[in-house]
Design a protein around this ligand. Structure first.
Ligand code: ADP
Ligand code: MG
Length: 398
């Protein structure tokens, strides 16, 4: 059964009613821009053809009901209370509701919601942002709140940062909101400006997810974060006036870097050069020079491996095999690193057989095959269907 039909079926089974609206939002891939966001630099992401779907209906009763997949619903009476344990996924929709109230949604009555999805959870494809955006779009539709896509991205990020308590950057929600079929999304984290970069439709993105995770991934991530800001302090100590690594040009960095300790110099060099690579990739793609942009994806990986030291043997291996295959334009680790996934940009001629050969070589070396996902560049958040309701609730305009 197609996902939307299954969603409607589950909605009716749970609530004995039809939804008012069905909304969808895609997962995303970090295309290039490794650890650049919190250094105030740019990042490029891709919205992919994997979606979280949400069916939602407003009700007069002041209760909120949530169900995901084929599970029965959980009823919540106080939407300001955070939930724990198995029900904690409900904090994502509650967080969105909370941030929309701050943007003009007048709470009245309650709602019933069902989620269904083909975005794998916790695989680095940002199922959490897709869930937030789909809920955000559904709520905006039924409450008549006319937020732009940018505003929906910001409201959803606020939900994740403040209600859920996960300090993610704007990449996840920005890309899930702003994606356009056949294009990448460029985000300038300095001023939260979004734009799209057309790539054309004859390309695929492949994800090779190792499911390996360094046991200290969280502390290593925050160690890298701290090292970047120690490098900023070090550079200010030799007369520069910068707040973020994005504030220094590659040329100025080259003249100043010998004044930093070796490790800090390497970390900062990765960030400064990665920011430059993101902007060069944008420029090259806008000029249709896709294969040159692909080389920069390989360079990004080498810089993560050698300077930022957030790669692992498994990711390096995948990138090396991909590099040797025809129709692979570029490949790099995607996401925070210390395990996780490799992303490859390929021509359409890169077939599932090639992907299978990568997976089996990897299995030969590491015992387990990676999970392989082929994706297309897709549209961002949207209303899939508005179903005329016989409901008597008036939309509460903000
Ligand atoms: P990622 O965003 O990389 O997939 P996260 O840990 O940030 O990983 O988000 C995953 C969490 O998002 C899940 O643990 C769950 O709480 C929530 N989530 C995502 N998709 C769904 C879904 N279809 N149904 C319920 N919860 C979901
Ligand atoms: Mg997430």
């Amino acid at each position: 059964m197609p996902l939307v039909e299954r969603l409607k079926f589950r909605f009716t089974k749970n609530y004995d009613a039809v939804p008012d609206v069905i909304a969808a939002a895609p997962g995303r891939v970090e295309f290039i821009g490794n650890h650049t966001d919190y250094n105030n630099g740019p990042v490029i992401g891709a919205a992919i053809d994997r979606y979280v779907f949400v069916a939602l209906r407003r009700i007069e009763e002041s209760v909120f009901r949530f169900s995901s997949g084929d599970s029965s619903y959980v009823a919540v009476e106080d939407p300001t209370q955070k939930l724990k344990g198995k029900r904690s996924w409900i904090n994502y929709p509650l967080g969105v509701y909370d941030s929309l109230i701050r943007r003009g949604l007048k709470p009245s009555g309650g709602f019933e919601l069902v989620v269904d999805s083909d975005v794998p959870m916790g695989a680095g494809l940002s199922s959490s942002a897709a869930l937030e955006l789909a809920v955000c779009q559904a709520l905006c539709t039924v409450y008549g709140l006319g937020l732009s896509r940018e505003e929906m991205a910001l409201a959803s990020r606020e939900a994740e940062n403040e209600f859920v308590g996960m300090p993610c950057g704007i990449l996840d929600q920005g890309v899930s909101a702003m994606g356009t079929s056949g294009s990448l999304v460029y985000i300038d984290c300095r001023d939260m400006r979004f734009s799209t970069i057309p790539l054309g439709k004859n390309y695929s993105i492949w994800i090779f997810n190792t499911h390996k995770k360094h046991s200290l991934v969280e502390s290593m991530y925050s160690e890298r974060h701290n090292e970047c800001f120690q490098a900023v302090d070090g550079l200010n100590g030799v007369g520069l006036r910068i707040q973020y690594l994005a504030d220094i040009s590659p040329a100025d960095f080259q003249s100043a870097k010998s004044r930093l300790l070796g490790t800090l110099s390497n970390r900062a060099e990765h960030i400064v050069s990665e920011i430059e690579r993101v902007n060069r990739v944008k420029h090259l793609l806008e000029g249709g020079r896709v294969s040159e942009a692909g080389q920069l994806l390989f360079e990004s990986h080498a810089s993560s491996r050698d300077l930022f030291e957030n790669s692992v043997e498994e990711l390096d291996y995948l990138v090396e095999i991909l590099k040797s295959l025809p129709n692979v334009i570029g490949a790099r680790l995607t996401g925070g690193g210390f395990g996780g996934a490799v992303m490859a940009l390929t021509e359409d001629a890169f077939s599932p057989d090639y992907a299978e050969s990568v997976a089996s070589a990897y299995r030969g070396r590491f015992g387990q095959p990676p999970e392989v996902i082929q994706c297309r560049l897709s549209d961002g958040v949207r209303v899939v269907e508005r179903i005329e309701s016989t409901d008597t609730i008036e939309p509460a305009l903000g």
